[in-house]
Design a protein around this ligand. Structure first.
Ligand code: NDP
Length: 384
């Protein structure tokens, strides 16, 4: 019986994780579930899974959570620190908070040891070296849940990394894959979150439309796998069937294929190094018929160039890129800025802010805060 904690349990990845956990009650016991303020969904999930603890990050939501859990036997806590406290101590932890808000909980989960599964990619982008160093220090096992990185993890020969020539990250191209810049200028939040293949939270859906998601994944891949940045390539693959590939020096390319459902990579991390059944039907290759590939268009999607430059420059650049993107995506979802302004605000923040490389968690958080403030100013300029 393994104890399981799900950080971000009310979100898209959190719900997929609980779906799998609840299908195997003899294998998993829920230790803690966290959310920001979705009290109803959190309380329902906590009661259903008989969780030991339910936590809301927004302390103002704690009275409602206590009320919703009255008589259930589930303990309720609230506040940012309560989430950080709840993050440590499970055998298996899913990190599925959205954004850099997940950084401190991820660090706490890693410090607690056990297996920490990273869906939440922003902490790896902003503080990759610190995250990896913390895992080395505590002996925690980090596993990637992001479908691309999980695919690479399944195909990568960690015993012979020098035999890997390239990693190929696939991406669907998002809902605006074939749109002109002119058409994208008037794209609405509804159009941006309507991903053709995946059902995901709003932030990552917008990131998929700008291709910042692929840019963040490029940085994530460089953190997780021992290959240089120029050995990581991005290829557009509209069907999202091949989740990524590893190219070896002898010309062999190993790929992982599967349905576009996060329960596949999550199940891999839940059972790893074993396998467990999922409710997904096997891929029907004949019905699929064909798989297409294309080069990404860096001119229509400037996010790709910005992310690669941030990765190569290193230091604080990835944290600034990520923070500015989070602010710009939130402003776009609130209809305060246009779609094309997301990448413009990220580029502008990177130009205006160039601090030294942050060496501690506090320093990363300070860079994140300052980059958010600068990006926020630019949002106001766009609005006025
Ligand atoms: P969602 O928006 O669906 O869910 C986010 C979760 O985080 C919710 O539980 C939310 O709580 C919680 N949360 C939001 N803000 C805070 C905060 N400030 N403090 C604590 N908790 C907070 O996101 P997704 O599930 O789509 O994505 C989660 C992460 O996984 C992201 O980093 C994303 O990039 C990554 N990912 C997602 C994939 C997907 O298919 N969705 C695929 C691969 C990676 P509440 O409900 O109360 O707001």
């Amino acid at each position: 019986m393994r104890s399981v904690t799900v950080l971000g349990a009310t979100g898209s990845v959190g719900r997929s994780t609980l779906d799998l956990v609840e299908r195997a009650p003899d294998r998993f016991r829920v230790r803690a579930l966290t959310a920001n303020c979705d009290v109803d969904a959190l309380a329902v999930a906590a009661r259903r899974t008989r969780a030991g603890l339910a936590v809301v990050a927004d302390e103002a939501c704690l009275p409602a959570l206590r009320e919703a859990l009255a008589g259930s036997g589930v303990r309720a806590t609230g506040g940012r620190h309560a989430v950080i406290e709840a993050a440590a101590g499970a055998d298996w932890t899913m990190a599925a908070i959205v954004g850099c808000a997940g950084l401190e909980p991820v660090m706490a989960a890693i410090a607690g040891g056990g297996t920490v599964v990273l869906a939440n990619k922003e902490p790896l982008v902003s503080a990759g070296e610190l995250v990896l160093a913390a895992a080395r220090a505590s002996g925690a096992t980090l596993l990637p849940a992001d479908s691309e990185h999980n695919a690479i993890f399944q195909c990568f020969d960690f015993a012979r990394p020098e035999r890997v020539r390239r990693i190929v990250l696939t991406g669907s191209g998002g809902p605006f894959r074939d749109w002109t810049r002119e058409a994208m200028r008037n794209a609405t939040p509804e159009q941006a979150v309507a991903h053709p293949n995946w059902s995901m939270g709003a932030k990552i859906s917008v990131d998929s439309a700008t291709l910042f998601n692929k840019g963040l994944e490029l940085i994530e891949a460089a953190r997780l796998f021992p290959v240089p940045p120029d050995a990581i390539e991005i290829v557009i693959h509209p069907q999202s069937v091949i989740h990524s590939l590893v190219d070896y020096v002898d010309g062999s390319m190993l790929a992982q294929l599967g349905p576009s459902d996060m329960r596949v990579p999550i199940a891999h991390t839940l059972a790893w190094p074993d396998r467990m059944p999922t409710p997904m039907a096997p891929l029907d290759l004949v019905a699929l018929g064909r798989l297409d590939f294309a080069a990404p268009d860096a001119a229509r999607f400037p996010a790709l160039g910005l992310a690669r430059a941030a990765l190569v420059a290193g230091g604080a650049r990835p944290a600034i890129l990520n923070a500015a993107n989070e602010v710009a995506v939130a402003a776009f979802l609130q209809r305060r800025i246009g779609f094309l302004e997301i990448a413009a605000i990220v580029a502008d923040t990177l130009t205006r802010y160039d601090p030294p490389a942050p060496a501690t968690l506090d320093a990363v958080l300070a860079v994140d805060t300052e980059a958010r403030a600068l990006a926020g100013e630019r949002v106001k300029d766009c609005v006025s």
